[in-house]
Design a protein around this ligand. Structure first.
Ligand SMILES: Nc1ncnc2c1ncn2[C@@H]1O[C@H](COP(=O)(O)OP(=O)(O)OP(=O)(O)O)[C@@H](O)[C@H]1O
Length: 386
């Protein structure tokens, strides 16, 4: 497998580490992925290994090369310390052979303990074909209107006849209940959590399960559990799209989602200011590094419409979304104007595409939904039954 950045094979370039194989064909390895590495390497590596005869399962831990090196040094230090403690038993210890950094240090066939128990292997993503295309709506920083875009996109896709679900993975600030005007404990039937319905969209939020004022004491591992449970234990039925409203930034939830399932695409929301665009760029890179195709950029709060002429007034500068889209070579899927009715829609639980569909903002969000459906169809074909 060739890495275009290095002009070399990934194995020769020592990007593949800690290879372990079980007798029943499970393969696990660490892939060292530099920030500037090609986005598709993870998926290519998975496909390449899956294509090998006898391989039944592939787990890839994607790690930053610097982090990997730091972790290795720490492990070596610990190994040395362990070997220098006083021994009363009679055998001699071989010096802790500093593991030769040969290319792709293949461990022998391994059925017992993992080589590096301190770093749990990334779980193998589970496919949920009945959920349709899973699309993460993300942003580099908070407050750019990511949840607003997500709920309006969901409602607009449903209006266009698609079967749509939306869930949030934001344990710190779940916005869906307020923005979609639904907030009650979801019923449980046959051990499955029943999603709530709003504007033709099936909704599941952490906000349904926690008290509004409860402190956000949940951290990392809980995110993974919640995401898995929402994917597995919610009675979504057959969907065309499942939108996931991600927390801002590039943290646990993003990683948890891509480890939990195959994410078909990401939409990155930004505002026109350069600073928001810089954060968004990091968001895009994160998805690329984990093999999730970025479907495109949405520029929100792009401009204000002059109430008399309808002409755009650039309040926060202009061109940021396009600049980001050009830089990462994905389309700018839409530009949504600033409109106080968007806020009202969010606060009253009636998304603007439903409450005031004739407004410029609603029209921009509706055409955004069309563009997203087109992008998904270009990549994966038109959903069955549509
Ligand atoms: N196009 C718009 N015009 C006017 N107000 C908007 C627009 N988009 C979003 N807003 C408002 O901006 C605020 C932040 O939006 P939202 O909660 O969707 O952002 P977010 O990026 O999801 O933030 P966080 O992830 O931090 O919760 C909300 O009050 C929302 O109503």
């Amino acid at each position: 497998m060739h890495n275009p950045r290095l002009g070399a094979d990934v194995v020769a370039a020592e990007q593949v580490q800690d290879v372990a194989v079980t007798t029943d064909g499970k393969v696990r390895f660490t892939l060292l992925l530099d920030a500037s590495d090609d986005a598709t390497l993870v998926r290519e590596a998975r496909l390449a290994v899956e294509g090998v005869e006898g391989v039944s399962d592939v787990r890839i831990d994607v790690t930053d090369p610097a982090e990997f090196a730091a972790g290795r040094d720490a492990r070596r230090g610990a190994q040395r310390a362990a070997h220098t403690h006083g021994h009363t038993h009679g055998h001699t210890h071989a010096a802790p052979a500093a593991a030769p950094r040969g290319p792709a240090r293949a461990l022998p066939v391994m059925d017992a303990a993992p080589a590096r128990p301190a770093t749990p292997a990334a779980p193998t993503p589970v496919a949920y074909p009945h959920l349709g295309k899973i699309i993460a709506v993300s942003s580099g920083k908070g407050g750019v209107g990511k949840s607003t875009v997500a709920v309006n996109l969901a409602a607009a896709l449903a209006k266009q006849g698609a079967r749509v679900g939306i869930m949030d993975a934001d344990i710190y600030g779940p916005n869906l209940p307020l923005m979609l005007g639904v907030n009650e404990a979801p019923p449980v039937r046959d051990n499955m959590i029943q999603p709530l319905m709003a504007f033709g969209v099936k909704v599941m939020s952490i906000g349904f399960l926690i008290e509004r004022d409860q402190p956000a004491i949940w951290r990392g591992p809980i995110v993974m559990k919640v995401i898995n449970q929402f994917l597995k234990d919610v009675a979504w039925g057959e969907l065309d799209y499942l939108l996931v409203d991600m927390p801002p930034g590039t943290g646990d939830a993003q990683l948890s989602l891509v480890q939990a399932t195959h994410v078909h695409g990401a939409i990155v929301v930004t505002t026109p200011q350069a600073v928001a665009v810089g954060d968004a760029l990091r968001g895009v890179r994160m998805f690329e590094r984990t093999g999730v195709p970025v479907l495109g950029i949405v520029e929100n709060m792009s401009y204000l419409e002059n109430p008399e002429t309808g002409k755009p007034i650039a309040v926060f500068g202009s061109g940021g979304g396009q600049q980001l889209a050009d830089e990462v070579q994905v389309p700018l899927l839409g530009q949504v104007p600033l409109d106080p009715r968007v806020v009202e829609g969010g606060d009253t639980g009636r998304p603007i595409v439903v409450a005031a569909p004739q407004t410029g903002a609603a029209r921009a969000l509706t055409s955004l939904a069309e563009r997203v459906a087109e992008r998904v169809a270009e990549r994966y074909g038109v959903p069955a039954g549509r």
